[in-house]
Write a protein that binds this ligand. Structure first.
Ligand code: SF4
Length: 270
């Protein structure tokens, strides 16, 4: 039996943590080998590939990068290349002018300040031009195995909202909620697995809820299609909205809440 939006609206932080961990376990069992789909052989390559993957599929990026990585083996090669040539080399990934600018400015700092190496520190990474928390988390988690946060891309933000693990819309706030719900040891793989799940099952347009291993923990918030067994679509009922409002009031009085989505977090670049 699946959980309802009303039940999710009333759950405590402890309950939500338990549900999040059950979801993480189910994802681990379903996608034990899920990892980043971008191909790379060192942190610099992953950093460049991640910048290229904005508004572009990983498949398209993987077509461009083998030749790109051969041509530009170091940060200095990117920094010193004629801008128009780099733009041509990455043109098929879209938004190539912005991406070429971001890659060159970022690589110039890497070359001048870090000897061409990608720093292993989130605070240093997010200071690089064109690098926000998502890119920094991808590089630290996937290239270095450092759990600095949870990667929040379009799949992760869509699915965790449907799952009722957050009500936030801003990636930084969604990430804060997930970091509060999951142990640090889950942060890296949870995002990889959710991204796989978003591509295979919980797609933006037509989620296959009847085939989903997360259904029992998912209130299907915002999903319009009913389940095949005739159960109504997900989403918050008026009763749920009222109970949510009540929960927020109670949480405000007690200082506790299931998520921190209403709480301001430090502003960072995307
Ligand atoms: S596919 Fe349906 S049940 Fe599964 S996570 Fe997405 S919305 Fe929830």
């Amino acid at each position: 039996m699946s959980i309802t939006a009303e039940q999710v609206a009333q759950e405590t932080l402890a309950h939500r943590r338990r549900r999040a961990r059950s979801i993480a376990r189910a994802l681990a069992s379903e996608y034990p080998d899920a990892t980043c789909a971008l191909r790379f052989s060192n942190p610099l390559e992953l950093l460049v590939a991640t910048i290229l993957s904005a508004q572009c599929t990983d498949e398209r990026v993987n077509k461009v990068t083998p030749e790109l990585f051969r041509k530009y083996p170091t940060a200095r090669h990117y920094a010193q290349a004629p801008r128009s040539e780099l733009e041509r080399d990455i043109q098929s990934t879209g938004f190539f002018r912005n991406k070429a600018k971001a890659i060159q400015e970022c690589c110039r700092v890497l070359d001048e300040k870090y000897g061409g190496q990608v720093p292993r520190d989130i605070d240093a990474l997010v200071q690089l031009p064109g690098v926000g928390r998502k890119t920094a988390n991808v590089v630290l988690g996937t290239a270095y195995g450092i759990a600095s946060g949870v990667v929040v891309d379009t799949h992760v933000s869509r699915i965790v909202r449907r799952l009722g693990l957050t009500e936030a819309k801003q990636p930084d706030r969604i990430e804060q909620d997930l970091m509060e719900l999951l142990p640090r040891s889950e942060w890296i793989d949870f995002a990889h697995r959710l991204i796989h799940h978003g591509r295979r099952v919980c797609s933006a347009r037509k989620p296959k809820c009847d085939q989903c291993v997360l259904l029992r923990w998912c209130p299907r918030i915002g999903v319009a299609e009913p389940l095949a067994d005739g159960k109504p679509p997900g989403g918050r009922s008026k009763a749920g909205q009222k109970s949510q409002a009540g929960r927020k009031t109670a949480a405000a009085k007690s200082g506790k809440s299931a998520t921190r989505s209403g709480k301001r977090t430090s502003a960072r670049k995307k």
